[in-house]
Design a binder for this molecule. Structure first.
Ligand code: AP5
Length: 192
């Protein structure tokens, strides 16, 4: 299976990604996690992207795409993959489409988690208290939401037009969302 999980900041992508990836025996690849790992370890990449991420902006496409290409070339991606947080721009969509078509491959589904904006902000503010993620402060959360709405939300139309979009209501307990997501995905796959 080759899957994407999309949604606004705080929609639950990372929370649901592991269960989804485990279900299909594929690695869950989060560009956000890769960046945070590099920031924590003060690698050249981490130093380059820290300010951008702390400000709630997107890392440049060429940097992000190179990381994703390297990761998808690893042997554990041969049976498939789940990308969490990629693509986020139309440039990245075209990059991924090209990457797959050059290999004669295609995506199976794009899971889109939907949660109302007020609930998203509350989740991120709650996480700030628990975990202290540098980009979970009120100003940066606002900017992340704006950037998502301007650059990433429109990409859902692209995947809808290709018949790949699986819309999932992301409100409720983590277990409820997971079961709903599996149900919607099964229905989508059985229709294909
Ligand atoms: P990334 O790490 O992807 O951040 P994000 O999209 O802002 O998403 P979050 O991780 O905040 O939320 P999530 O949807 O994964 O939800 P989560 O499960 O964590 O990216 C960070 C930054 O890296 C970007 O802003 C950008 O700068 C850069 N970047 C990454 N990819 C990029 C790309 N492709 N191009 C350019 N730049 C890129 O849950 C959030 C909270 O809610 C948690 O506390 C969780 O416990 C809680 N929660 C989850 N589900 C529920 C539920 N059902 N009920 C109640 N609480 C819940």
């Amino acid at each position: 299976m080759k899957l994407l999980i999309m949604g606004a900041p705080g929609a639950g992508k990372g929370t649901q990604a592991t269960a989804l990836a485990d279900r299909y025996g594929v690695p869950a690849i989060s560009t956000g996690d890769i960046f945070r790992f590099n920031i924590k370890n003060q690698t050249p990449l981490g130093v380059k992207v820290k300010e951008i991420i702390d400000a709630g902006e997107y890392v440049p496409d060429d940097v992000t795409e190179e990381i994703v290409a390297d990761r998808l070339a690893q042997p554990d991606c041969e049976p498939g993959f789940l990308l969490d947080g990629f693509p986020r721009t139309m440039h990245q969509v075209h990059f991924l489409d090209r990457y797959l078509s050059e290999r004669g491959e295609r995506l199976d589904a794009v899971v889109s988690l939907h949660v109302e904006p007020e609930a998203l902000v509350q989740r991120l503010l709650d996480r700030a208290i628990k975990e202290g993620r540098a980009d979970d402060n009120a100003d940066t959360i606002r900017r992340r939401m704006e950037v998502y709405a301007g650059q990433t939300a429109p990409l859902l139309f692209h995947y809808e037009s290709k018949g790949l979009l699986v819309d999932v209501e992301g409100t409720g307990t983590v277990d409820e969302v997971r079961q709903r997501m599996f149900g919607e995905l099964d229905a989508h796959v059985s229709q294909q």
